[in-house]
Ligand binder design. Structure first.
Ligand code: UDP
Length: 242
């Protein structure tokens, strides 16, 4: 399928450089920016949902005794920090970019999310980064991705993973015989309880008939090649035959 508007999910952990102890790997951000410039030059609109796991995860803080709702708001702030860092990295390479947050922030920090505004920026060729997840605790940025992809009517979600190139029947990092699915339906994913995305995200993507492409974000030019369907991947879809 040729895409007109895509939503890219970037996990927080994928932005970090553990070797250099950096929460944000600026070289990686530059690589993303260059790829996005190419994608936008092909008249494909790009929205991004960014995670916060490089800074904070609500469930981990809850295990350490923090009230879950408060812990999740900290997580949402973490996604906003990532969004602003991405914006600044993108702008350095003259890529026009807006951060729209589901949490109401001071307007000096970023803009508040309004659906029509997001779509206008996308039509104008600007990258739109959705910050703050869904704006509610007990959700993840995977669910925010399916929510925003539905709201902006994206053709697909491109979900880059760290050193995994698709959906397997067991974890390929621990099982060398793990079998990869070239394509899998949301029903199969839910039934087999495969953990590649959380169940709320999978149910919402199924209901709204949005395909998710899983690929390895660390591959060379992964975003461009994902859009060209020239990278190893798994497609998660509602029905095998469309
Ligand atoms: N979060 C939330 N509501 C949302 C999205 C995120 O409360 O709609 C919080 C939650 O605490 C989560 C954290 O933000 O652990 C970071 O998001 P996520 O774990 O999805 O980031 P990623 O794993 O993609 O880096």
């Amino acid at each position: 399928m040729s895409y007109k508007r895509v939503l890219i999910k970037l996990s927080g952990e994928g932005l970090a450089n553990k070797g250099k102890h950096l929460a944000i790997d600026y070289e990686l951000v530059e690589k993303f920016a260059n790829q996005l410039k190419t994608i936008i030059s092909r008249n494909i609109e790009v929205a991004i949902v960014v995670g916060g796991g490089n800074f904070w995860r609500g469930t981990s803080a809850e295990k350490n005794g923090m009230q879950r709702v408060r812990a999740d708001y900290i997580g949402m702030l973490a996604t906003t920090m990532n969004a602003l860092a991405l914006q600044s990295g993108f702008e350095r390479l003259n890529l026009h970019c807006r951060v729209l947050s589901s949490l109401t922030m001071d307007p000096k920090v970023c803009e508040v999310y309004i659906n029509e505004k997001a779509k206008k920026y996308l039509r104008d060729g600007e990258v739109v980064i959705f910050a703050g997840g869904t704006g509610r605790p007990f959700f993840t940025t995977d669910t925010a991705s399916t929510l925003f992809a539905s709201e902006i009517d994206a053709d697909a979600i491109l979900m880059g993973k760290n050193n995994v190139d698709g959906v397997y029947d067991s974890d390929p990092k621990f099982n060398k015989d793990a079998k990869k699915f070239p394509i899998i339906t949301y029903d199969e994913l839910l039934e087999k309880e495969l953990k590649v995305i959380d169940q709320t995200a999978a149910s919402m993507a199924k209901e709204n008939n949005i395909d998710i492409l899983i690929f390895d974000i660390n591959e060379e030019d992964s975003l461009i090649r994902a859009i060209e369907n020239k990278i190893p991947n798994t497609i998660i879809t509602r029905e095998r035959e469309k």
